[in-house]
Structures are given as C-alpha cells and as structure tokens.
Write a protein of this length. Structure first.
Length: 560
C-alpha cells in the first residue's frame, strides 16, 4: 500500500467537524470566549484615531477598493486625482463594503470591521484546532484548541488582522473551510453525486479564496492527491473524470481571465523577486524566520535586528545573538521537514499542499511570513511529528522520572513565559532595529498617537473639500480620502499648476515607532522629491510633535 492510499484511508477515519464541536464545545467556549473578550476590550477601549497612521499600503489599498465599490458599484479606485485606477486585488475590500454602507463615519466603519475581524480570526483558530487535532490523541484535543487561540492572541500578525482590513484572515477562513469540506467530501463513504450541495459550497469557497489571494489554486494539489487515493479504492468512469477535470480547469481559466489585469500585476512582482532577490537570502529567510514563526507566534521578535532589510535584501546574523536565533530557527524548520517525511503515510496530501506553496511564497521575502499563516496547522502537525521522534529519548526519560510531570510542566511554563516576555518587551514597533515600545509604555504611546491624529483630523476637516488637494508621503497617499473625504495629488510636472488652481497641502505624519525615529530625515526627503517639480514655499498651518507621534501640514505655494 503506497502513501497516497494509506493517507486516504487515514482521512476516511477522521472524525467530522460536527463531532469535534459536540465533544469539545466546552473547550471551544472557554478558550474562544476568553479570546473574544480580550480583543473586544482592546477594540472598544482604543480610540480609532490610533489606527489612522496604520492605514497604509495593503490595508489602505483594500479600503480604497471597497470604498470605490460602495460608492460607484465598481472597483476602479484611485489613490490620487491625477492617477489612473490602480491594479490591486479588490475582494479584501469588497467583503468590508457592508460596514462602509451601514455607517457614514470612518470611526464607526473601522470599529465594525474590527469586530467582524474578531469573528474571522476566531473562526480561523477554531478550524485550525480541528485540523491540528488530527495528529493528537482525543484526550489532548482540548490542548489543540487552547494552543490555536493562544497562538493567535500572541501573534502580532494575527492581531494586525483584527485591527486592520487585511487579507490573511478572510483568506484563511475561506481556504481552511474549503480544505476541511474537501476532506469530508472526498474521504466520505457516500458517492460524489449524492454530495452535490457540499461540492457546490466548496466551489464557492474556492472561488472567493481565489479572489482574495491568487495562491488559492495550490489547494488543488491537496484535493488532487486525496482524490487520487479515493479513485484507487472507488474507481470512477473515465468519462466522469474527464468532465470533472474539464469543469475545474474551465473554472480556473475563467477566474484568471476575469482578473487578468490584477493577476498580471502580481505576476510582475513575483518575476521581480525571482530575478532580483538573493536566493541564499530567500532560503535563510524561509528556514531561519518564516517557518519557525508559524510554530512560535513571536519568534521574529527574538531578533535584535530585523533581518528583512528591504524588498530584496535580508541580513541574518547581524549580532552573535541573532546568529543563535537563526540557527535555532533553522533547526526547528529541519525538524518540521523531517516530520513531513515521517508523517507521509498519513499526511501525503497535506505535505504536497504545503510543499507546492513554499517555492512561490518564499520568493516574496517581506511577506513570506504572512503568506505562510494560512498553512499554520500543517506546520504544527509536522513539527509535532518531527519533534516527537527527535526528542523521544528525552521525553521517555522525563516521563520515567518521578519528577517527570513537574519537569514537563516547567518546560511548558518556561516556553510560554519566553513567548510572553518577547511580546511584552517589544509590544509595538516590532520591525524597528533600534528598540520598541514595551508593554509598560503602551498606554501612553496609544494616547499620544490617538490625540495627535484626532487633532489632525479635526484640522483637515475644516478645509474645503472641493478646493483641497493633499500631498502625502509614499504609502500614505489616499489615507485621508477614506477617513475624511479629501483628495490627493501625486507629485508630477503638473504640481505647480495644481498649486495655483487649488489649495495644496503637504501632509507629513507618523504614528508608528519606526518612521518617527527618522521624521526629520523623512521630511527632508519628501521636500527634496517635491523640489524636482519646481520651487515652492512651505507655510506651516498645523503641527503636533510628540515623542512617538508627529503631524505637520504645510500650505504649498508655487514660486514660479
């Protein structure tokens, strides 16, 4: 019996999600309830203005897409009045449109989105715990639930998906639901023709996942391997297989053609990484940082210097301590891959699904860690298998000792304490290379940022919308369009004309730890860039300067 057949038989014997829910509902209620309560307190107690400076890059582009769809019925969004609509995935913004339609004020929209994100991340944790339970004895399934919710509560990336309209949470919900549903359908004793509704639901989930992120077709590797095992035990007529394969291919081709412009944009980005990213850096980033961070939620916080220095550049081993962290991460990755090999007779489809995604996702160096979040329960399974075998002699000795239970409890407590220490010691500004905000200073930091940006919003909303154009720094263009309805102008050769026909304001702002450290240099860089398009005077009209939050607005006037 080969690995595919044995894996299929293993999946046939798995308990259903409904059975898992009925048996473990108390653990789900306790851990899920604590998870939701903690995040509810955070969302409802923090002024939404604190999140204004965090609305940039991906969250901002998603929001602009959603806002365009809510206002016009299409997703042709612009970041500035003098630019064409940008090519970017729209579905992460579209799924937030109901909140944009239900509330007029941005603060209310953001809070509603954050509350919905708690549900999304909580549902993801519940599904992850179910998948993780496949490798554990039934008596330990409650530990899988506790681990899943604790992991997401401690992970800065999952928390970011609670507080901002990002893509990872909806993508994880859709793909994991499709993954579980595919398992139940294919590994079922029932004939496929009797599961038409479940198959249709799976197709809808897959389509939506594809529209959120274009890596969703990798899920077909899992489905194909599991289906191969079914066909070996339940042969299907050749005509039916051809029709089914044709339908799948036609569906994917249709999705690609309908989204080709956006797909081409992402294809160009991927080719850029393939051409310019250092291949050794790609491998070290994957093994030394990205994979371990799927097993230990705050692993990246252990580095004294952020290894990811730029789009194509990584620098591991900046200090002796970072060398040790990198080696430890690589060891964890090797244990995980060893677990893939040892678990192949039960988890060949999962291994194929994970390994098929790694070559593409590893290339995108700054985002590899985030992109792998969808595969976390698989990393947990394979690391558990690998670690159980590698450390079996040590575990057996500990269990044989009279103090074995105490030693195991102490080891677990030490591990949890280490993760909590990393999270509390570097609460905010985790990508900075010169420190971060500790948990003790978080309250003051949050208040300073919120007050600064609340005052900035009040000032900006006194400006006439029909005459005002804002000039912002890279990554912020469009921010105050979604918050206060003010349009932006992206600097070009026509800036002088715009400054004579409109009220143009240069808006410089920082509310994140990293940017505020170099605010003066950053402002000089913005002015230098504007100087390429003419000579201008800068009349200060608003200023707030704190240690960790700064905002300056200048009226821009042409001197030519």
């Amino acid at each position: 019996m080969d690995d595919i057949t044995s894996s299929y038989r293993f999946h046939k014997e798995l308990e259903s999600p409904v059975a898992f829910l009925r048996r473990e509902w108390k653990a789900l209620a306790i851990f899920g309830g604590c998870f939701a309560a903690i995040l509810l307190v955070a969302v409802l107690s923090i002024d939404p203005a604190f999140f204004y400076p965090r609305l940039g890059t991906d969250p901002l582009l998603y929001y602009l897409k959603g806002l365009a769809f809510a206002e016009t019925g299409h997703t042709a969004a612009r970041i500035a009045v003098n630019r064409l609509p940008f090519a970017y995935v729209a579905m992460p913004g579209i799924i937030r449109v109901p909140f944009m339609l239900a509330f007029r004020d941005f603060d209310d929209q953001l809070r509603a989105i954050q509350l919905s994100n708690i549900v999304l991340v909580g549902a993801t944790a519940a599904m992850y715990s179910y998948v993780f339970s496949w490798i554990l004895p039934q008596a330990k399934h409650w530990l899988a639930i506790g681990f899943s919710f604790a992991f997401m509560l401690l992970s800065p990336h999952w928390l970011a998906n609670v507080f901002a309209p990002l893509a990872e949470a909806p993508y994880a919900v859709l793909t994991t639901a499709a993954f579980i549903l595919a398992t139940r359908v294919i590994a079922s004793h029932r004939p496929l023709r009797g599961q038409a509704l479940a198959i249709a639901c799976g197709a809808v989930l897959f389509m939506l996942a594809f529209l959120v992120k274009y890596t969703a077709p990798v899920l077909l590797v899992y489905i194909g391997l599991l289906a191969t095992g079914r066909l070996r035990e339940h042969p299907m007529r050749r005509r039916v297989r051809i029709i089914g394969s044709t339908a799948v291919i036609a569906g994917i081709v249709s999705l690609i053609l309908l989204n080709w412009r956006t797909l081409f944009h992402y294809l160009q980005l991927t080719i850029g990484f393939l051409l310019f990213a250092n291949k050794k850096g790609v491998l070290v980033n994957l093994l030394g940082l990205a994979v371990p961070a799927q097993i230990i939620p705050d692993f990246q916080l252990a580095f004294q210097r952020n290894p990811v220095m730029g789009k194509y550049r990584v620098e591991f081993g900046a200090t002796h301590f970072d060398v040790a962290v990198t080696v430890a991460g690589a060891a964890m990755s090797l244990i995980c891959f060893y677990g893939i090999w040892r678990a192949r007779r039960r988890f060949t489809p999962e291994a194929g699904y994970l390994l098929a995604a790694l070559p593409v996702l590893a290339l995108v160096i700054p985002s590899t860690l985030r992109y792998l979040m969808t595969y976390q329960p698989l990393f947990w399974i394979f690391f558990y298998v690998g670690a159980s075998i590698v450390f079996a002699p040590v575990i057996s000795r500990i269990r044989a000792s009279r103090l074995g239970a105490i030693a195991m409890a102490g080891l677990v407590l030490l591990s949890i304490s280490g993760v909590v220490y990393l999270r509390s010691n570097r609460m905010i500004g985790v990508t900075a290379n010169r420190g971060a905000i500790s948990v003790a200073n978080t309250r003051g930091y949050v208040k300073e940022v919120a007050t600064t940006f609340r005052d900035l919003r009040r000032f900006l909303e006194t400006l006439p919308r029909d005459r005002t154009l804002l000039v912002g720094a890279y990554g912020t263009t469009g921010r105050w369009t979604v918050i206060s309805g003010l349009d932006y102008y992206l600097p070009d050769s026509g800036l002088g004309v715009a400054a004579r026909t409109h009220d143009v304001y240069v808006l410089l702002e920082c509310g994140t730890f990293e940017i505020c450290q170099d605010f003066g240099r950053w402002e000089s860089k913005v002015r230098k860039n504007l100087g390429k398009f003419g000579e201008y005077s800068y009349e200060p009209v608003f200023s707030r300067t704190g240690e960790h939050a700064k905002a300056r607005v200048y009226r821009l006037r042409s001197l030519q």
